[in-house]
Every structure is written in C-alpha cells, then in structure tokens.
Design a binder for this molecule. Structure first.
Ligand code: ZN
Length: 134
C-alpha cells in the first residue's frame, strides 16, 4: 500500500482529469484526498433529484479553491474520482458543488491518503439514480 503523498498538479490541466490520472497511474483505487489552490475557471454541478441528472454551471475568472475534498473508488473496473469544492472569488463570496470536467488549474496542491482494505465499488442505485458504493 502506497503511503500518503503530496503533489502539485500541473497548471492548465483539467482538475478532474488530472486527479484521475494521478490515481490511475499509481494504481490507487481507494483513497481520500484534499486539494487547495486556485482555478482559472470552474465548472460545478449539483444533482437534480427530480430530473435525475446533474445540472452544471460555469464560473469564469480566477477563484481560490477554499476547500476540495473527495474520494477514489472503482466504477466499471476503472479508477473513479468523486470530489466536491468550495471556491471563493475576488468579492470573497463562495460557490460550491460537485466537481465535474471543465475546471482549469491555476495552481493545485493535492494531499492524498490511500485507504487500505476492500475497494469501494460503485453500482447504479435505483433509489437515487446515482452510482453509489455497493
Ligand atoms: Zn458529488
């Protein structure tokens, strides 16, 4: 089992893609992580439980990653990253939501902690319409 590690993610990368690549390349399928830093632009989502789909919104301009936390598990045999973020802008107002593709890294510091034991596997959950841990 790999130890906890700190890593700077590349400027210009998509945050979700970058996180997924880090864990996939290291063969880590079970972990907890946090990220702090800043994004050049962001896309956040929330789950509409009536429509049973994610609704996303773009936020342009530099924002601090005030908090980003997530986990790594397995979906369809592949590494799956799930993360939520709170971002703060120049007016110090915050927005938050589910991390989706479309968030461009300005600077990002990842702190990851691999979790020993059985790997969580995501399966479709009829009650919510989400892929949750089985
Ligand atoms: Zn989520």
């Amino acid at each position: 089992m790999e130890q906890a590690f700190l890593l700077r993610l590349p400027k210009g990368d998509d945050l979700l893609d970058s996180l997924t690549r880090v864990f996939r390349e290291r063969g880590i399928k079970s972990a907890h992580f946090t990220v702090i830093g800043a994004l050049k632009r962001a896309t956040l989502a929330y789950y509409d439980d009536v429509q049973r789909r994610y609704v996303s919104r773009d936020f342009d301009g530099l924002r601090e990653i005030a908090a980003c936390m997530g986990n790594v598990s397995e979906k369809d045999g592949d590494t799956f990253v799930h993360a939520h973020m709170i971002l703060s802008g120049e007016d110090f107002g915050c927005v938050g939501g589910h991390l989706t593709s479309g968030s461009e890294i300005f600077a990002a510091e990842l702190m990851a902690v691999p979790v020993p034991g059985p790997v969580g596997t995501r399966k479709f959950d009829e009650a919510t319409g989400l892929y949750l841990w089985a």
